[in-house]
Ligand binder design. Structure first.
Ligand SMILES: Cc1cc2nc3c(=O)[nH]c(=O)nc-3n(C[C@H](O)[C@H](O)[C@H](O)COP(=O)(O)OP(=O)(O)OC[C@H]3O[C@@H](n4cnc5c(N)ncnc54)[C@H](O)[C@@H]3O)c2cc1C
Length: 457
């Protein structure tokens, strides 16, 4: 690839978000449209989320809900061929599905290409952005899409003796479980879906010790029911004006629905379809209140654990090998035998654990000021983007245009997926991402078609 080539669009990030924008552009952009997708990882498609290190890590939604193609809800079910629409398929299989879709886009479009590189800067210029990679390679692009996904969890709050220990896993989505010790006690920090996946991985690799889970509230995700179906939110008697009114009316609605023989998950799914509207309708004060007081409870109902993963967790608990601790890690020290002594302080007092491995499952780091990534650092330093006011990601318009340090929207710099949590709250899952991808593709293709017509006339 030549340095300095001008592309109509460069997509940074080749996970679900980036490859779906590319696939949508393959369907809608003018024939001579030039696109480059750059990813620092492996083959474009799986990204971080769907390059799962095991076949036993599952999607947390049914195949019926996870099509990557906007407007074609059965696309994934048709691709799977033999699985029913209620199947909770493995994340790896979903990664293969995304790769295949991207490869098809490349086949359809000779002027689409992909590159393996880490982008470290995107500098706005006169009519084009300069995209710089870690080897100093430069490309020019009229439009840039930031599809950066999730950054590994923050660990600055952990005692250094723990986070610098050789058995500490900072990235819970890409670690090789086989490298961890099989015996002794392990510690999982956090108790959400990633924590349950980490426990399933430890179990799969034959770990035979005890696993301690530490989390501030001690909450664990509810089990999913593949047969749950979102109700029409318009049919529900909900007051969404503030988080507390929503909580009250949501509980009452769910109770009524269960009493009538339904599943409470149907009500949660109904809310999920209107979450961005609810979120943008709340004041900043209410959003902060939600994050502080209600988010943890909402999360365990909304992000549910696949039954097969829950079964591993239940079995380990029955065997007495899984121990939950409610509290915070307040101290740690490395011992002469190479293990770490960890102190957990909670409402019931102090617990002392001695562990040989720790997996940090405290959730993606959305606070961009604390993300250790050269591209993020460069974009903040240059004022090309700014964190959103809640520090959940980056600031952007509802049209998905990135805002600069002064709050002005870039005309041709877009973002989608997890970085937009502060803007929409519900923005990371497949259904939301595919709609955002289609929207960005429409904007880019539309602008390019307009330009073409103007040049021709
Ligand atoms: C472990 C996990 C499981 C999930 N499971 C589900 C699920 O079952 N159902 C569901 O609906 N949602 C799920 N989600 C949520 C959602 O689907 C994912 O967050 C989604 O895949 C995000 O896609 P993405 O493309 O934005 O990000 P990612 O998958 O994180 O991909 C981002 C890509 O960008 C690349 N990249 C980043 N920065 C650069 C750079 N500077 N230069 C080059 N490349 C770069 C990375 O290498 C990566 O390949 C899951 C999320 C995670 C983390």
């Amino acid at each position: 690839m030549d340095s300095g080539q001008l592309f109509d669009a460069v997509i940074v990030g080749g996970g679900l978000a980036g490859t779906t924008v590319a696939a949508e552009l393959a369907l809608t952009a003018p024939p001579d449209f030039r696109l480059l997708l750059i990813d620092a990882g492996g083959e474009p498609g799986p990204g971080t989320a769907y390059a799962a290190p095991s076949n036993r890590l599952f999607m947390n939604g049914t195949a019926r809900a996870m099509s990557a193609v906007p407007g074609d809800k059965h696309h994934l079910v048709r691709w799977l061929q033999t699985e029913p629409e209620t199947a909770l398929i493995s994340r790896r299989a979903f990664g293969r599905y995304l790769s295949e879709r991207f490869r098809e886009a490349l086949k359809m479009r000779p002027a689409f290409e992909s590159a393996h590189a880490e982008v470290v800067d995107v500098a706005p210029g006169d009519g084009a952005f300069t995209i710089v990679d870690a080897h100093g390679g430069e490309r020019l692009a009229r439009h840039v899409v930031l599809a950066l996904g999730n950054f590994e969890p923050d660990y600055g709050f952990l005692p250094p003796a723990l986070s610098r220990h050789s058995g500490f896993v900072a990235d819970p989505w890409r670690f090789a479980a086989s490298r961890l010790p099989r015996h002794g006690d392990a510690l999982v920090v956090g108790s959400g879906l990633t924590a349950l996946d980490a426990i399933a991985l430890l179990d799969e690799m034959g770990f035979d010790g005890r696993i301690h889970i530490v989390s501030r509230r001690g909450l664990v995700p509810c089990v999913d029911n593949p047969f749950a179906h979102a109700l029409d939110p318009r049919s529900l008697d909900l007051d969404t004006s503030t988080p507390y009114r929503l909580l009250q009316t949501l509980r009452a609605t769910a109770r009524r629905h269960v009493a009538a023989g339904g599943d409470w998950r149907d009500v949660v799914e109904a809310i999920r379809t209107i979450s961005p509207r609810i979120w943008t309708g709340w004041s900043e004060r209410d959003r902060k209140r939600f994050l502080r007081h209600l988010q943890a409870y909402w999360s365990i109902h909304r992000y549910r654990v696949p039954p097969k993963t829950a079964a591993v967790y239940d079995r380990l608990r029955r065997e007495g090998r899984l121990i939950r601790h409610r509290g915070q890690i307040t101290d740690a020290a490395e011992l002469a035998n190479g293990r770490v002594r960890v102190e957990v302080t909670g409402p019931m007092g102090k617990d002392t654990l001695v562990v040989s491995a720790t997996i940090n499952c405290t959730g993606p780091n959305g606070n961009y000021e604390r993300v250790r990534h050269p591209l993020v650092a460069a974009l903040l330093r240059r004022g090309v983007m700014r964190p959103d006011s809640l520090r959940l990601g980056i600031d952007a318009t509802p049209e998905l245009r990135v805002r600069d340090a002064r709050g002005n929207a870039h005309e041709r710099l877009y973002a989608l997926g997890p970085p937009l949590r502060g803007i929409f709250y519900e923005t990371t899952a497949v259904p939301e991402t595919r709609e955002q991808a289609a929207h960005i593709a429409r904007l880019i293709a539309g602008e390019r078609t307009r330009l073409r017509l103007e040049t021709a006339s």
